[in-house]
Design a protein around this ligand. Structure first.
Ligand code: SF4
Length: 218
């Protein structure tokens, strides 16, 4: 296959976005939340867990703990028990308490609106910060690179990198800034519904004509 120019890749990416928008007109963050704090907590909980598992746990959790102060002052054993249905619950309980203590000390209990401030918080990396900024505040700070975005970006030939931050840099060059948050939703939705990790459904795939991996993944 001849080497694709950057401009050609950019216009192919744009066509991928258009088709995925048609396929998934309602693509959105599938974690349930009502406030930036709830989304921050849900995203911390989502590491190595499905959104479905997180939503089950947070349905009760957010009724019990309503503010950063509630989480920061939670009894450690009780919070662990409230999170027990989720993997890595001890680490996550520790991160949530530390994160919410810092929110109280440095941000009056509110979730900050900048990448620099968010990634200073316990349990918050670039991916979590991008989720919160993009979905709670409508700020396109970057592209969320989770397991689906990483897999699809590679299959679609949009990156050769494996490290999330390098993948994100490649995607930021190909997608216009105003669509960064939506683009990650579209890839995540397509990854969950069509381009599965094992046995992707290439035959019914809406972007098969734009994909160099069509029919090549087992
Ligand atoms: S053609 Fe296959 S590998 Fe390519 S995006 Fe579609 S499902 Fe994934």
């Amino acid at each position: 296959m001849p080497r694709e120019s950057f401009d050609a890749k950019k216009s192919r990416t744009s066509e991928i976005i258009q088709r995925l928008k048609v396929a998934y007109p309602n693509a959105h963050c599938e974690l349930n939340f009502r406030t930036p704090l709830q989304l921050l907590i849900a995203t911390i909980l989502s590491a190595q867990a499905t959104d479905k598992q997180v939503n089950i746990v947070t349905a009760d959790l957010f009724r019990k703990y309503k503010s950063a102060r509630d989480f920061a002052s939670a009894d450690p054993a009780e919070l662990e028990s409230d999170l027990r249905a989720i993997g890595l619950f001890r680490n996550k309980a520790r991160s949530i308490r530390a994160c919410c203590s810092a929110l109280l000390e440095k941000h009056s209990g509110e979730v900050p609106r900048s990448m620099d401030e968010l990634i200073q918080l316990a349990g918050v990396g670039r991916k979590t910060a991008n989720v919160v900024l993009g979905n709670a505040f409508g700020i396109n700070s970057g592209v969320v690179v989770d397991t689906h975005v990483a897999r699809l970006s590679a299959r679609l030939g949009l990156t050769k990198h494996a490290a999330p931050e390098k993948i994100e840099t490649d995607l930021q060059k190909l997608v216009s800034n105003g669509e960064w948050t939506l683009f990650s939703h579209l890839l995540i939705w397509h990854g969950r519904r069509r381009c599965f990790a094992r046995k992707p459904d290439c035959v019914r795939c809406e972007i098969q004509q734009l994909c160099p991996s069509r029919g090549k993944v087992g």
